[in-house]
Design a protein around this ligand. Structure first.
Ligand code: MSP
Length: 526
């Protein structure tokens, strides 16, 4: 089996997770599940970024040690991943022992290549973003916090001036190589506009060497620099290395990553700094960086100070994971900014899930119970017209092509189009009228077979977005045993499952009527 190693970024757990981070989890989980269903041996890693000044300060405010604070927060992040249905193979914390050793090992490799050196450094530092902001240009006066905040466009509350001896990474040495690697898609940046943005940045600004450590007296919460206890690694230096640490499973090394999923604010770290570090340490590069946009709330950026941060947990409690995953993946553009609003979530739940898909499944199951005694109509498949078959085949091609392009919204729309079409076939062909006419028995059998078979295909397409609901449909409607469901989960996009006519005529359907997405007061459904 071909391996596929996929990661999310690792979040700073200093505050609780919001819907924007949940989006990243769900997008990556969708792709992980998609590749699993395409027969890949998937390794999916997510987790938390434990170190840095921000964590140290937040822990101090709570009168906790950073280690205790991070452990407590890690559980909250892991609970979100579990509740939203993320199937990860490892939930890493950069406090994990193997990660500390791995970070020191890569540091040593870069040091041996003389790409790490020490120098005195003065710069403004953004604690919130854990990012060095730089210094005044010649003739410019930014010697106060307010002036620096205005100059760098950041919040004065979260910056500090650093003046100390640090280790530097010689990123500038790799400028041309990085430019070429990104331009040639040797490490592919998706979408294209992000790739161009990064290339323009490198071309216009060049790449400066970066500070990669702090004086322990200023920042103690981090990984020690090998051979120099007085210095602690810059949080980003160790955080990026988590992808290599986590690639090792029972002695097997899954590096290089096939896909890193991150947000637009950290694309530079992943495309430029990470690439430089790997080139220095002579480690293979990841294959692809998928950059998503930001989720706003009612058209505004989510921010603690505005009090408009959306907590995904109560939404999961109210709507269930399938609805939240569906909303995020179908409504938020895969590589652009999108908007969350309570009204929109409610409307999408009712329209797409309760009225369209949920209603279609229960309607067709009910008709099969009523007209065919709970069985798939027993007919000769050769008699079926091929319009529906061609349509489903076309939709599969488009579905896969969109996912290949990382356009998950459009892929899901292909499946959703089929749902809408099935509901239309029912309205147009009126099975309840056909059922009254004995001469129309074959016509009715064909219609119900085509509906059941098309819903089976739709359900396979929706599996990576709503695995729990689709599992129920396979079990309760199609009467597939647990073993069969497992086979679908791990090889569902094999011809065996996705060829038209996979549904056996005359076979028994499940006996249990099911309401997948209850209407009225929206209830939890999984
Ligand atoms: N710790 C670093 C990542 C290190 S990876 C080696 C970090 N953490 S973070 O908590 O600030 O962000 C985690 C992820 O959430 C990032 O990919 C970021 O882009 C994403 N998002 C933060 N706010 C978001 C939205 N409003 N919408 C969508 N994603 C958002 O950066």
């Amino acid at each position: 089996m071909k391996k596929y190693y996929i990661t999310t970024s690792i979040a700073y757990p200093n505050a609780n997770p919001h819907i924007g981070y949940a989006y990243e989890l769900v997008q990556a989980d969708f792709l992980a599940r998609y590749y699993r269903m395409s027969g890949h041996d998937v390794r999916f890693v997510t987790g938390v970024d434990a170190h840095g000044l921000k964590i140290q300060q937040t822990a101090a405010k709570r009168n906790m040690s950073p280690a205790d604070f991070v452990n407590e927060q890690k559980d909250i992040y892991q609970k979100l991943a579990d509740t939203i249905g993320v199937k990860y193979d490892r939930f890493i914390s950069t406090e994990d022992e193997d990660h500390i050793a791995q970070s020191q090992c890569i540091w040593t490799k870069c040091m041996e290549k003389s790409d790490i050196y020490k120098k005195r450094y003065s710069a403004w530092y953004d604690i919130k973003e854990e990012e060095f902001l730089g210094l005044a240009e010649e003739g410019e006066d930014i010697n106060s916090r307010e002036k620096a905040a205005a100059r760098f466009g950041v919040n004065a509350e979260f910056i500090e001036f650093i003046d100390e001896e640090n280790y530097f990474f010689a990123l500038s040495r790799f400028k041309d190589q990085i430019f070429e690697i990104l331009s040639k898609d040797e490490y592919k940046i998706v979408p294209q506009n992000r790739k161009l943005e990064l290339l323009n940045f490198v071309r216009d600004n060049g790449l400066n060497d970066i500070s990669i450590s702090r004086d322990r007296s200023k920042l103690s919460w981090g990984i020690s620099v090998p051979g120099d206890e007085s210095q602690v690694m810059y949080v980003w230096f160790d955080a990026l290395i988590n992808y290599i640490t986590a690639a090792k499973f029972d002695g097997e090394d899954c590096w290089p990553a096939d896909l890193h999923c991150v947000g637009k604010d950290i694309a530079r770290f992943h495309a430029l700094i990470w690439t430089g570090m790997l080139l220095s340490a002579k480690i293979e590069l990841p294959k692809e960086l998928l950059v998503h946009g930001f989720i706003n709330h009612d058209g505004r950026k989510m921010s603690k100070s505005w009090g408009n941060v959306v907590d995904p947990m109560p939404l999961l409690e109210k709507y269930g994971s399938a609805a939240i995953r569906w909303f995020l993946l179908k409504e938020i553009p895969s590589t652009d900014d999108g908007d969350y609003s309570d009204d929109r979530l409610n409307a999408v739940y009712t329209a797409d899930l309760a009225n369209d898909y949920g209603n279609l499944v229960s309607r067709v199951w009910n008709m099969a119970q009523k007209y065919f005694d709970g069985k798939v109509p027993d007919l000769d498949l050769a008699l079926l017209g091929n319009v529906e078959q061609m349509l489903v085949e076309e939709k599969w091609l488009a579905y896969h092509a969109f996912i290949e392009k990382r356009d998950i919204n459009s892929a899901l729309n292909e499946g959703h189009d089929l749902v809408v079409m099935c509901n239309r076939w029912i309205e147009e062909n009126k099975p309840w009228v056909l059922a009254k006419d004995p001469d129309k028995e074959l016509e009715l059998a064909e219609l119900i077979y085509e509906l059941l078979e098309t819903i089976r295909h739709i359900t396979l397409m929706f599996y990576p977005v709503m695995p729990n609901i689709c599992e129920r449909v396979f079990r309760d409607v199609y009467n597939v045993s647990d073993l069969g469901v497992k086979a679908i989960e791990e090889g569902g996009y094999d011809a065996e499952f996705t060829d038209w006519g996979g549904l056996m005529p005359g076979s028994d359907l499940g006996k249990q009527s099911l309401i997948l997405f209850p209407r009225l007061e929206v209830q939890k459904n999984d």
